[in-house]
Ligand binder design. Sequence first.
Ligand code: DGP
Length: 134
Amino acid sequence: MQDCIFCKIIKGDLPSYKIYEDKNTYGFLDISNDGNGHILVIPKKHCENVLDASDEILTDIIKTIKKISNHLVKNCGFDGVNIINASGKEAEQSVFHLHFHILPRKQGDSMNVFPKLKKSDMTLEEMCEKLKVK
Ligand code: DGP
């Protein structure tokens, strides 16, 4: 896609710090340079987010996420990873080319990846009735 910064990164028109690449996916450092190595994983074929991605793209991308995550834990001294995705403007997506964030985690790193959220006004039963896939 012409105006997409991640498509430009894949084409090599914009620089990036490559962590991993295969036929259909690309992993590189997030420009924020935060955490202990904030990585983005993207499909080479453009789609906006999880909501419009094909099953094939999602399959490829989760395999790459697994590969990079295992590498981080087995070879880079990390104890685990958080995998985060924003799909949609209201979900705080800012770049509209599907991407998953991998945040490498270490015991005692004090990163607050899951901040406490306000409690729902609904009971779990009401929420389940509202949200379940029928
Ligand atoms: P999100 O808010 O979930 O859509 O995340 C978008 C991420 O993309 C954000 O963490 C910053 C990163 N980002 C934006 N522009 C660039 C860029 O040009 N290069 C790299 N490496 N990362 C970028």
